[in-house]
Design a binder for this molecule. Structure first.
Ligand code: ATP
Ligand code: MG
Length: 556
């Protein structure tokens, strides 16, 4: 499936705009950027934006920058800066040149703020937060001008310098753009462009105690980097007025082909929370084991769960890019990984809930080794060696004393095929004092290794198994949706929609060839699902496998 996402070029409204801009000569080349705020790990929604921005750059022979939008020092962290870079690379993309930071431009941003003050387009305002809100008005009512709106340029320059030099307390004042308190767009009602924060910054240390706001920073950063198409999600639609206003009013940015903002709808996925703030809350409250918990919709979580970069890129391609808000079914993401793994994952056997089977007519103490294909349709994937002996383990659900027509597994007095090995027949079983079956006694037909019985009798069922003395004990982590509600973001608290069965741990056995299974590499455990060794907790002496996805959708 990995061929799909590199060969087929998607078409969407943004690509149509770019085609037009290249045709008319407005732009000679395309420059995009992916601008995460380093306040959490990237999630599958960010993957949509990454695939869009980097995918456009790739397909148009353009460039894409990675820029950390780092104007909120208190919420940001170098751990996030590092994880974001690793995740973008893992998804298969490389940014142009060095990683960039909005904080690289703090000196210039400060100069541009001074330029606005000099032009009478920005002022230092001393209204407190409540007053500012009150003065702003509502969607129905216009706002009122701040009493500080008409302070002279000289005084504003002095006040802003004093702000920068630490002469005011946090919240005491802020620099605001002087636009229009009656604008129908709330973001144009004299928005704050600089505020005071006595915070240590992960890039600039203690150099600054004033930090620029997102809306002021983003457009200028785009313009300084000669971004041609600045792609963001729909919630910034109104802010486009402010984006353009800031650049319109700065002398450096008057070129007719300067950056323009275009909005697309964000990814919403059923049963999934997609806000870093809410995901952070799950981590902080230890409702999950961390940002890379395999149940998390983060890139790091999906990766640890066994998702591949190609499957995520394919998903992003299938959902497309539009301006319509919508909710994507989780089945779509599952289908992408399942299709890829069905084609590429080697097969193996693991028994999750073991039941002992003794093959009474098999020589005691003997072990034989069977070469089994790693993939039924792909010889190039080679073979692996399976031990077979007198004592094997099967899944507890694969034996019944009495079956019926639908039950095509092992039943007393009947035959079943052991996958890759012989036909066996159940003779009788032992039970413990509670009536639980503890051992099944079977006989095998030595003439049936890889062949049907010679006398033409039909054996319909096939079950998986492992040889008991060589199989490796393994933990299996069975994941389901983290939430019981398709729209967890709408719930009052996450606690009421958390799925208590999102992780079920069982202890079983894996075939010996899996002892060195590389972390994150997917296998199809026959009849059970796709699994990969856990990158944090699995080791040859302590195997731990994560369920990536079941073989089929249980709701199909
Ligand atoms: P969150 O609400 O999860 O914190 P964000 O938009 O604040 O998301 P940023 O770090 O600012 O996160 O996002 C970087 C880029 O990724 C932005 O351009 C943003 O529009 C985009 N993005 C974030 N979430 C989604 C999503 N669900 N679908 C598509 N793009 C997204
Ligand atoms: Mg954000």
């Amino acid at each position: 499936m990995s061929h799909v996402d590199t060969e087929v070029r998607p078409s969407n409204f943004i690509r149509n705009i770019i085609d037009e801009d290249l045709k008319t000569g407005k732009h000679k080349s395309v420059q995009t950027r992916f601008p995460p705020e380093p306040n959490g790990y990237l999630h599958i929604g960010h993957a949509k934006s990454i695939c869009l921005n980097f995918g456009i750059a790739r397909d148009y022979n353009g460039l894409c920058n990675l820029r950390f939008d780092d104007t909120n020092p208190e919420k940001e962290d170098i751990d996030y800066v590092n994880s974001i870079q690793a995740d973008v690379r893992w998804l298969g993309f490389q940014w142009d040149g060095d990683v960039r930071y909005s904080s690289n431009y703090f000196d210039q941003l400060h100069q541009y703020a001074v330029e606005l003050i000099n032009k009478g387009l920005a002022y230092v305002c001393f209204l407190n937060a409540d007053e500012t809100r009150e003065y702003r008005g509502t969607l129905k009512e216009p706002g009122k001008n701040s009493p500080f709106r008409d302070t002279s340029v000289e005084e504003n320059l002095a006040l802003f310098a004093k702000m920068r030099d630490g002469g005011f307390k946090e919240g005491e004042c802020a620099l605001r753009a002087k636009i229009d308190m009656a604008s129908p767009f709330m973001c144009m009602r004299d928005p704050i462009i600089y505020r005071i924060r006595f915070a240590h910054h992960h890039q600039t240390g203690d150099k600054w105690c004033i930090y620029p706001m997102y809306d002021f920073t983003h457009c200028i950063s785009d313009a300084l980097e000669h971004i041609t198409h600045s792609l963001c999600t729909l919630e910034f639609q109104d802010n486009r007025r402010l984006y353009d206003w800031v650049l319109d009013n700065l002398n450096d940015f008057q070129a007719p082909n300067r950056t323009r903002q275009y909005e697309f709808s964000r990814l919403n996925l059923e049963y999934t929370l997609m806000s870093k703030r809410k995901l952070n809350d799950l981590v902080a409250r230890k409702l999950v084991s961390g940002w890379d918990d395999p149940r998390m919709p983060t890139i790091a979580g999906l990766r640890r769960r066994g998702y591949t970069p190609a499957s995520i890129r394919e998903f992003c391609q299938r959902i497309g890019v539009t301006k319509q808000e919508n909710m994507i079914e989780v089945g779509m993401l599952d289908a992408c990984i399942r299709e890829e793994l069905n084609e590429h994952a080697p097969r193996a056997m693991a028994v999750l809930r073991p039941l002992k089977v003794i093959i009474e007519n098999y020589v005691e103490g003997k072990l034989e080794f069977i070469q089994a294909a790693a993939h039924p349709n792909d010889e190039n994937m080679g073979t692996r060696e399976l031990a077979f002996g007198r004592e094997i383990l099967i899944d507890i659900a694969d034996f019944k004393e009495e079956g019926n027509k639908q039950y095509k597994r092992l039943v007393t007095g009947k035959e079943v095929r052991l996958r890759n090995a012989y036909v066996i027949k159940a003779e009788r079983c032992d039970k413990d004092s509670d009536g639980n079956i503890t051992t099944v006694y079977c006989t095998y037909d030595p003439e049936t290794l890889g062949k049907n019985p010679a006398d033409g009798r039909k054996v319909k069922g096939v079950i998986h198994w492992v040889e008991a003395s060589t199989a490796k004990p393994a933990q299996f982590r069975l994941y389901q949706r983290l939430f019981t509600d398709p729209n967890p973001a709408a719930a009052e608290t996450v606690d009421e929609v958390l799925n208590p069965e999102s992780l079920i741990v069982v202890q079983g056995f894996a075939e010996a060839s899996l002892v060195n299974a590389p972390a994150e590499k997917a296998y199809q455990f026959e009849r059970e699902g796709y699994f990969c060794a856990d990158s944090k907790d699995s080791s040859p002496n302590n195997l731990v496998f994560n369920l990536t996805v079941a073989l089929r959708d249980s709701f199909e």
